[in-house]
Design a binder for this molecule. Structure first.
Ligand SMILES: [Zn+2]
Length: 114
């Protein structure tokens, strides 16, 4: 599975003739853009880029229900885009992939430039 990136100066897995991305790579790239293709997930990731948060903090700060936040965090966790850590009875979420956070950062800047 491709774990490198252009940022790392690594090459993606290519098919035998070396011109096309293989199916697994295409699937993961598609899933990545799907993950970033939802305004609520964008807001959550953007908040987590600043600091790790519990579900209740995300819910309060973004005015979302806790069930919405939990649902989206599960989605992001399944794609290994967020991770969590337990501290006593609390669970704190943070980003788990710097490539995807860099993509989000670039997309936000893209939205803001002239
Ligand atoms: Zn741009």
């Amino acid at each position: 599975m491709w774990r490198g990136s252009i940022l790392d100066n690594e090459r993606p897995n290519l098919t035998e003739d070396d011109t096309e991305l293989d199916e697994e790579t295409l699937f993961i790239v598609s899933q990545t853009f799907k993950a970033l293709g939802d305004p609520t997930r964008i807001r959550i990731l953007n908040l987590l880029a600043e600091r790790e948060c519990a579900v209740s903090e995300i819910s309060d700060k973004l005015h979302l229900s806790q069930s919405t936040v939990s649902h989206q965090l599960r989605f992001l966790k399944n794609l290994r885009l967020v991770k969590f850590r337990r501290a006593g009875t609390s669970i704190y979420y943070s980003p788990d992939d710097q490539h995807v956070m860099a993509l989000l950062h670039q997309a936000i800047h893209h939205a803001c430039h002239d």
